[in-house]
Design a protein around this ligand. Structure first.
Ligand SMILES: Cc1cc2nc3c(=O)[nH]c(=O)nc-3n(C[C@H](O)[C@H](O)[C@H](O)COP(=O)(O)OP(=O)(O)OC[C@H]3O[C@@H](n4cnc5c(N)ncnc54)[C@H](O)[C@@H]3O)c2cc1C
Length: 572
């Protein structure tokens, strides 16, 4: 029975043949491109529509973390971003007098095999993702096509796209009246904060009660200069300000606007230079490339799925950028959906698996949103008396408690009999450097990790699992690995052969030891299903098979050729 999201019964619409694509992706921003590039890596078929003729082309997102770089790495898209990025050493809050209130330790190694945090230029990141997508023979990119209608049928979705073009004097693409119709098994709408799809589906959003206007100036660096204050927040109650590098060639400044101020006034170049003056930068140093007033909001869609249509990225959630996690969260959405859609479309899992998408992602996004809101409260105090008291508290040694970063808490994760999560289930999994034969590199560069991985530090997991369980796991696309200690490591040397995976830095030994486990099941989105000692592996694997089998059609089987991440020119 078809469900019409908007009535569009027009015979002049050109149909895209009888083909039913696996996936139709609405929006080719960072989230749609991540999903498209992941889909291309999996060799699956999709079409990505964007109403814009080309990528935005200017820096937009500053901060990314190690998890995001691992995602880019697996897609072969991290090289240019990391080369241009600035690996953060710290992020600092100073007060109006320039005194340091707090320093965040953003200079550590992340568990994903990369530095914990980077300040980068998202124009480069998006370009790299699009390049991966354009190399694909299975994913088609359709710029200058705006999706204007959706109709849901029992086994597919029909989507109508309308060609756009740019008209002199018009800031946005204009519809041309030329339509095409496409069919897909599923649709993922990555169409941004004002998502038309979300409106068409009638999905409301929870408003977490934040609404502030901020002026953003991004500038190209014309000649090298150094700033007394390089990265962090100026907690000046007269004008809370954020200062950031955006990769090597750009910088960003953000200024809080009071409710009584007119945003229009802040779009004037003179106003920008007036605000930049205290930072001692002039037209000889920088060229502003964007001067915009944004409304920062915290909103989360109540439903992320309606039948065969999903919302991802800003279409599903927006948060203020104080922790730099908006796009990162959207890219996690894309990765969470990709493996689930892949299993369902392969016939290896039932559609109900797709219900775990919102169950897993929504609490994670809510946590990041609350952390972002909380982390914005202290530096953005605008009452001078309150700001004075805050500064005194920091001088007296006050430190706000650092929040634990979110993990997955629901969905396809290993649990005890009482339903509680068993650590490290829900944590991000490890990527370290390993040696295989004569090559030493990050794990994903040397070994297939696009499916589930079962990694042991002691014995081949298949020995403990036995042939039947191993075969069942292989049907779900599992890879089995045993990481051995390095001859030069702290453990005693073993007889290493060419096919062994050697823990060159002892990272894996540390990981398993500190968690008290010997084997781990990792999901394709790099989150841990669960871990145990070798004697608990069969129970762990049975729980994994049960949870996926609950969503598995009887007799389903599949065989997937291993795919290794595309080599790229970046280095850890
Ligand atoms: C000032 C500021 C700073 C930020 N800093 C950070 C940061 O440091 N780190 C971080 O992780 N996040 C940050 N964010 C958040 C980040 O910008 C967003 O979360 C991210 O860009 C969302 O990506 P998206 O792909 O979901 O949406 P978008 O980037 O908005 O992309 C949506 C795409 O869909 C297309 N589209 C829309 N409707 C249609 C249609 N009907 N048909 C076809 N195409 C359509 C649009 O043309 C667009 O290309 C920041 C945000 C702001 C405002």
């Amino acid at each position: 029975m078809p469900t019409y999201l908007r009535s569009q019964d027009d015979d002049s619409v050109k149909a895209d043949g009888d083909k039913i694509h696996d996936l139709l992706i609405i929006g080719g921003g960072s989230v749609g491109l991540t999903l498209g590039a992941t889909w291309a890596m999996l060799g699956r078929d999709a079409v990505v529509f964007d109403r814009q003729p080309e990528l935005y082309g200017l820096p937009r997102v500053g901060h990314i973390d190690h998890e995001i770089v691992r995602i880019l790495q697996q897609l072969g898209a991290e090289g240019p971003t990391v080369e241009d990025a600035y690996a953060t050493k710290s992020y600092t809050w100073i007060n109006a007098e320039g005194e340091t209130l707090l320093e965040f330790p953003w200079g550590e190694d992340g568990i994903s095999g990369w530095h914990s945090d980077y300040m980068q230029n998202s124009a480069i990141l998006e370009r790299s993702l699009l390049d991966r997508l354009l190399e694909s023979e299975t994913v088609e990119h359709m710029p200058s096509w705006e999706v204007v209608d959706l109709v849901q049928h029992d086994d597919h979705v029909e989507l109508t796209a309308e060609r756009t073009h740019m008209v002199p004097g018009e800031p946005r693409p204009v519809l041309t009246g030329e339509h095409r119709r496409f069919r897909g098994r599923y649709v993922v709408a990555c169409d941004g904060a004002n998502s038309r799809t979300r409106h068409m589906l009638g999905v409301d959003r929870d408003d977490l009660g934040f609404n502030e206007k901020w002026l953003v100036i991004d500038a190209r660096i014309k000649r090298p200069f150094s700033l007394a204050f390089d990265s962090g927040q100026v907690c000046d109650p007269r004008r809370p300000t954020t200062v950031l590098p955006l990769g090597k060639d750009h910088r960003r400044w953000e200024w809080h606007l009071r409710p009584d101020e007119n945003p229009e006034d802040f779009l004037q170049p003179d106003k920008g230079w007036e605000l930049l003056a205290p930072f001692d930068v002039t037209e000889d140093d920088i060229e502003p490339v964007r001067q915009l007033v944004y409304t920062f909001e915290a909103r989360i869609a109540r439903r992320w799925r309606s039948g065969r249509v999903f919302l991802a990225g800003d279409a599903a959630h927006t948060m203020p950028p104080f922790m730099g996690q908006g796009m990162c969260s959207g890219m996690r959405d894309a990765r969470n959906l990709a493996w689930k859609l892949d299993l369902v479309l392969s016939g290896a899992a039932d559609e109900t698996l797709l219900d775990t998408y919102q169950a897993e992602r929504d609490p994670h996004v809510r946590d990041w949103t609350v952390i972002s809101l909380e982390s914005g409260k202290i530096p953005c105090i605008i009452d001078p008396e309150e700001a004075r008291k805050r500064d005194e508290m920091f001088r007296a040694g006050f430190r706000p408690p650092m929040p634990d970063f979110p993990q997955l808490i629901h969905g396809i994760l290993h649990r005890a009999a009482d339903g509680s999560l068993v650590a490290p289930a829900g944590e991000l999994g490890l990527q370290g450097r390993v040696q295989v034969a004569d090559r030493t590199d990050l794990f994903d560069r040397l070994l297939p990790t696009t499916g589930f991985t079962i990694v042991s530090i002691t014995d081949d997991p298949r020995t403990a699992l036995g042939p039947q369980r191993t075969a069942a796991l292989e049907r779900l696309g599992c890879h089995f690995y045993t990481v051995r200690p390095s001859a030069s490591g702290t453990s005693s040397p073993t007889d290493i052969v060419d096919t062994d995976i050697v823990d060159v830095d002892g990272t894996y030994a540390d990981y398993f030891r500190t968690r008290g486990i010997e084997v781990v099941i990792n999901r394709p989105d790099f989150y841990v299903f669960g871990g145990s000692d070798m004697s608990g592996l069969t129970a762990l694997a049975d729980d994994f098979l049960d949870q996926t089998a609950a969503a598995q059609p009887t007799g389903a089987s599949r065989h997937r050729e291993p795919v290794t991440a595309t080599p790229s020119r970046g280095h850890a």
